[in-house]
Design a protein around this ligand. Sequence first.
Ligand code: SF4
Ligand code: SF4
Length: 297
Amino acid sequence: MPATKFICPNGTRIPIEDCLKFCPQKERCLFLPTLRAIAISVDRGIKEPTVTELISGVRETYLKKTTEYAVVPQSVLYALHGQAVHTIHEGFTQGDILSEIRLKDKITSGKFDLYGKILDEEEGVLGDLKVTSSFKLMKALGIYKVRVATGGIYKTGLKKGQMKYHNELRYDGVKHVLDWGIQLNYYRMLLEKEGFEVQRMFIQAMCRDNNLRIAAERGIDQSVYIIPIKKIGNHWMERYFTKKAALLQSAMQMKKLPPICSSKERWHDRKCLDYCDAGENCPYGQRVRLAKEKQVS
Ligand code: SF4
Ligand code: SF4
């Protein structure tokens, strides 16, 4: 079931089609064509679980497929940024480059972004376009902060006599690209099943907050990064997707809420708190949100 309602800036909820016909607020929170584009983007009309849906927690995907939920249009706009980046490439993939083709197998379906001679003279390069945050990029590039003593000592105040520290960036951390890796590797497998060999894989990630100070503090000083993605074995990939697809299918057939998403899938609760559209229909998400409200009040 796609999102059926928008959440207005004042917190009221309105069926999406009512909003598109008439805004009962003093003025629209976004231009009407933007809202129409958002309405289309939240209902892609794909019944079977897609690669990206299977990478999310099974509970999240189950709830988004079976319950009505509301979205904040401004938040969905970020997803539209991604689509806009795809649109930029339309008409420029002539020759031996394939783009945006949905491929299917018996488990799932997925639409890759670009395949062919996209980086250099090598054929068979698979590319995916992302618009993401400096936080996610920092993690993906293996950048992290360490606290380093400056050698100075506080002379006054509460910290008098204590050592002074500052943060320094390091660039040799673990590259947190597993979700992107799983997604691209499944597209690779789908392409290979159709007879298209994939030599290398890359993400072209555009940072949506790269001109903010926080991005610089995270070591993100470019607006776009090309990030190589390693091959993950087909056996592991097949097991991962088969298991998640089976869990989802069984939950759908039995109309039974699947177990709580794993800690990684729910971003250690950050997703439940602020970013999960299924959160209002998820008992765990509700608990996390209530606990946060209590902490704040
Ligand atoms: S345009 Fe914005 S404020 Fe108006 S009804 Fe739609 S979501 Fe609410
Ligand atoms: S609120 Fe958390 S546990 Fe519930 S579906 Fe969303 S991510 Fe999963």
